[in-house]
Design a protein around this ligand. Structure first.
Ligand code: PA5
Length: 434
């Protein structure tokens, strides 16, 4: 993985960035020494090292058992309890996976919305498919996945009978607390534990992410290897000059203090749509508090160049952009020669689509920099489990350092409770008064 800050130096001269070194190093020390705010949620720092061979074997074996029984695995969870898995799976899977005959199950998602039509349509599909359920909730009490699970559990029991349903349902939750833990124990579902010291949005390298990713047929070993490699790199690089997570965190904070309060994560790779969603959750929930924080947004190019592109180029100047680039494609699709050349495209005939995509990116970055949108570039050689593991750990560490530099606790989410309180009051939940 490479990170380039060059295209942001017009807004933040290198010397100004380097002046942040002491603050970034202090924030990094607070993270790795677990001395900062919210330090009971720093379990993710050593997680890649701590996932043991028996842990991996158990996850692989349960995933294989579910996969063997299922055309579809429904991952029921919201926020950090599903976005990491979806980010990795959608980055790795065939772009038209649902339309192909597959040996591995399709992974679909529930419990992240309360659309009645969505649930209806899902039940429609599940009536005709063999399926399993992976229900994920750290608190075990979140309403959206709880409703979806109640409906899907009943559907599963009616379709297969209670005994067989027990073989098709796996719960991932707290080791002792919450309604889901109680339900799983009572029903005899196999259970994986979300460690106490790992919060939802930092949990993709626990069974929360690893089980669905393994069930989809991808290598959790390579994903963990990538995370381990990035962890080692960031642990060894204790000084600002050598540590890209500190540099990225520092640059974000300097740009924020220059009134650039929106970070637009962009990619010319549509498979990164959910990786960007995961990034938005990680940074948005970690930093947006106490009336502070960069607003994390996302765009996929070229499509969004024809929608948001106008705003990015010419709209109100409150953006900086972080561009996620993939160097190499896995396949080639030649542009054919055409005698008529009516579309005038013969001049591109000797270029690969990937090369053209990169040139489009180069032109776009230049245009945005000319439009005074500082650009940060993060580049991976290709999309695979290893580089996704690297990216995940890189963003987790950067987010913690950035949050501490901003002066917030990156590991709580008190603001999420406000909508729940109102919803429970309006619904007349016992204990919530109108
Ligand atoms: O990052 C977080 O902590 C949140 O996004 C949670 O993952 C989300 O609210 C779901 O919570 P739970 O897993 O308790 O159902």
């Amino acid at each position: 993985m490479k990170i380039s800050l060059q295209d942001a130096f017009f807004a933040v001269p290198e010397a100004e960035l380097k002046a942040q070194a002491p603050a970034a190093e202090a924030a990094y020390q607070e993270t790795v020494n677990k001395t900062g705010r919210g330090n009971d949620f720093l379990g993710w720092v050593n997680l890649p090292q701590e996932v043991s061979e028996p842990d991996v074997l158990e996850i692989e074996s349960v995933a294989a058992r579910l996969a063997a029984k299922s055309q579809v695995v429904v991952v029921i969870g919201i926020g950090g309890s599903y976005l990491g898995a979806r980010a990795v799976i959608e980055a790795l899977q065939h772009s038209f996976s649902p339309m192909l005959p597959n040996e591995k199950p399709q992974i679909v998602y529930a419990g992240n919305n309360m659309s009645e039509d969505y649930l209806h349509d899902l039940l429609d599909v599940l009536a005709a498919k063999d399926y399993s359920l992976v229900v994920i909730s750290k608190s075990g009490t979140t309403t959206e996945p709880a409703i979806a699970f109640r409906i899907l559990k009943q559907h599963c029991e009616q379709k297969y009978g209670v005994e067989e349903a027990r073989q098709r349902i796996v719960a991932i939750t707290d080791k002792a607390r919450g309604a889901l833990k109680t339900l799983a124990d009572q029903s005899g579902y196999p259970t994986f534990v979300i460690p106490d010291d790992v919060g939802g949005r930092y949990s993709v390298l626990t069974p929360v992410g690893l089980l669905p990713i393994a069930a989809a047929g991808f290598s959790i070993r390579k994903l963990l290897d990538g995370a381990r490699a990035m962890r080692q790199q960031l642990m060894e690089a204790k000084s600002f000059d050598t540590n890209p997570a500190m540099q990225y965190a520092a640059l974000r904070n300097v740009l924020y203090n220059k009134n650039l309060k929106v970070e637009l994560m962009t990619s010319f790779e549509p498979r990164f749509f959910y990786l960007i969603e995961w990034f938005k959750q990680l940074f948005g929930e970690s930093e947006g508090k106490e009336l502070k924080g960069i607003f994390p947004a996302g765009a996929i190019f070229s499509t969004d160049l024809h929608s948001l592109g106008q705003y990015i180029q010419d709209g109100s100047r409150q953006l900086f952009e972080t561009v996620l680039t993939v160097e190499n494609a896995h396949h080639t699709v030649p542009i054919p020669f055409d005698e008529q050349n009516t579309d005038g495209l013969n001049y591109l005939q000797h270029r690969s689509i990937n090369e053209i995509n990169h040139i489009a990116q180069q032109g776009t970055c230049q245009a945005h920099v000319d439009g005074k949108v500082p650009n940060i570039r993060i580049t991976i050689p290709e999309i695979n489990e290893f580089y996704l593991g690297e990216l995940i750990y890189f963003f987790e560490m950067s987010c913690a350092v950035s949050g501490y530099m901003l002066g917030v606790n990156p590991f709580d989410q008190p603001g999420v409770e406000a909508y729940k309180r109102n919803m429970f009051t309006l619904l007349g939940k016992p204990g919530y008064n109108k």
